[in-house]
Design a protein around this ligand. Structure first.
Ligand code: SDX
Length: 431
């Protein structure tokens, strides 16, 4: 961050405090309040962190007003069109696009880490078959730290690198295993001659009785979905991973914490909730009823897949996803998809309605993703696990950036205490 010669002056009870202002490469300036409590004996108050920069990072930049998303400076639209997921993984982890040789080496390392320890198969048997795959993933990913002891030392850069490769490589295998377990089919092992997205699709849809021929178009659509979900600045699950990592917890435990946070319907769980909402609406004719509910303050219903803490313009990922939805459905010969029709009409009506326009509520990444994933054959319960396996590279890149920072301190927010002041214990007979 660039120090400026500017300061913000805070006046409290007649006393002035000068707080340094720092400037980023792009985006809002920040006011450095690190000494505020020790100097002025006050906290700042920002539940939900709407105005708080929790760290400095060089990985992803979002301009919510412009609807801009950059991975290491590259616009998501260009990457979605010209790159592929493993190249984006290299970019997020290392900060620059790989040469051909670097890409070959990286891809080779990831490919040879896609299998999980055979003992991990037994973990799944402890879960009910109808467990949500996210429950299984939280458990199994956390358990990885019980197996991969040679990549737990966070102070060893080489072990950090191996942990990152292992997570990127094994999350699709674990997600596919969670799916297979939930439908009572045997696990399918990864195949080294397949690309990353094709491998995942085959592990999900192949069966011993017959192999699964991966459609190149579906593999490309899957790869693009993974790229669009790879990272997104300091969102709730990434902040969870950073906070867990700040205590020195091992990377597998930190990513398991990120998966748990992502599961919530306000965050990564919205893709499942959105498709279920579109199905519940059912027809274009019923859209006005749900728009009214979303606007009714007395109704907790919200349009899932709409709105965003940062984007106050179109989520650029939603635009790419919408194009992908048309392509995939066309390829699959699904032309009269009522769910897509409802989604497009809902988007059109909402974007003409003053409530959504005034609150700058636009479709987000979760609005169209479910339509594509459902068309590919995934049940709604697999939507968030796919988000999680895609976001793993973002989590581990942000974790790696944080752990590599010599100024790292454990995250420990304070509070605005509104409970009782000190008082004496009273015996039960006098209460
Ligand atoms: C993701 O952070 C990230 O980057 C996340 C993510 C990533 O890649 O990591 O982008 C992925 O999580 C996308 C968001 C998925 N969630 C949903 O689609 C769930 C539905 N959306 C909302 O619940 C909401 O929009 C949030 C949670 C996404 C954002 O909430 P904020 O920023 O806290 O905004 P808010 O709740 O304060 O809402 C502001 C106003 C409120 O009205 P008022 O109280 O001001 O009158 O807008 C209203 C809200 O009621 N509002 C909605 C709405 N979202 C906000 N009203 C109807 N439908 C909605 N979807």
């Amino acid at each position: 961050m660039a120090e400026t010669n500017r300061t913000a002056t805070l006046n409290i009870d007649g006393k002035s405090y000068d707080l340094p202002i720092f400037s980023p490469t792009v985006g809002p300036d920040v006011i450095d309040i690190r000494k505020l409590y020790s100097d002025a004996d006050v906290f700042t108050y920002d539940p939900g962190f709407t105005s708080t920069a929790a760290c400095e990072s060089a990985i992803t930049f979002i301009d919510g007003d412009k609807g801009q998303l950059l991975y290491r400076g590259y616009p998501i639209e260009q990457l979605a069109e010209k790159s592929h997921f493993l190249e984006v993984c290299y970019l997020l982890l290392n900060g620059s696009l790989p040469t051909a040789a670097q890409m070959d080496n990286f891809e080779g390392r990831v490919t040879r880490h896609t299998m999980v320890h055979e003992q991990m198969h037994y973990f799944f048997r402890g879960f009910r078959r109808d467990s949500h795959p996210m429950a299984t993933m939280v458990g199994v990913v956390g358990a990885m730290s019980a197996f991969y002891h040679d990549s737990l030392d966070i102070n060893d850069p080489w072990q950090r690198e191996v942990a990152a490769i292992r997570m990127i490589a094994k999350l699709p295998t674990i997600a596919a295993m969670a799916y297979k377990y939930s439908i009572g089919q045997p696990f399918v092992y990864p195949q080294n001659d397949l690309d990353y997205a094709s491998n995942f699709l085959r592990m999900c849809f192949a069966v011993p009785a017959e192999d699964y021929k991966v459609s190149p178009v579906l593999a490309k659509a899957m790869d693009r979905i993974m790229m669009l979900h790879a990272d997104h600045e300091q969102n709730a699950s990434t902040s969870t991973v950073r906070l867990a990592g700040s205590s020195g917890a091992n990377p597998f435990a930190c990513v398991a914490a990120g998966i748990a946070c992502l599961w919530g319907p306000a965050h990564g769980g919205a893709n499942q909730a959105c498709l279920e909402m579109l199905r519940e609406i059912g027809t274009v004719e019923r859209i006005p009823e749900y728009i009214a509910r979303a606007k009714d303050k007395n109704d907790p219903f919200r349009l899932m897949g709409f709105g965003h803490r940062v984007y106050k313009n179109f989520d650029p990922r939603a635009k790419v996803m919408k194009e992908s939805a048309d392509e995939v459905l066309d390829l699959l010969g699904i032309h009269d998809n009522e769910t897509l029709r409802v989604a497009k009409e809902l988007e059109r009506i909402a974007l003409e309605d003053d409530y959504f326009v005034s609150k700058k509520l636009y479709p987000n990444v979760d609005f169209y993703s479910g339509i594509i994933l459902e068309a590919m054959g995934f049940p709604t319960a697999m939507f968030t696990p796919i988000f999680a396996l895609s976001r793993t590279v973002g989590w581990i890149s942000q974790w790696k950036e944080m752990i590599g920072d010599p100024a790292l301190k454990i995250g420990r927010p304070r509070q605005l205490y509104i409970g009782e002041a000190a008082r004496d214990y009273t015996p039960v007979e006098s209460r």
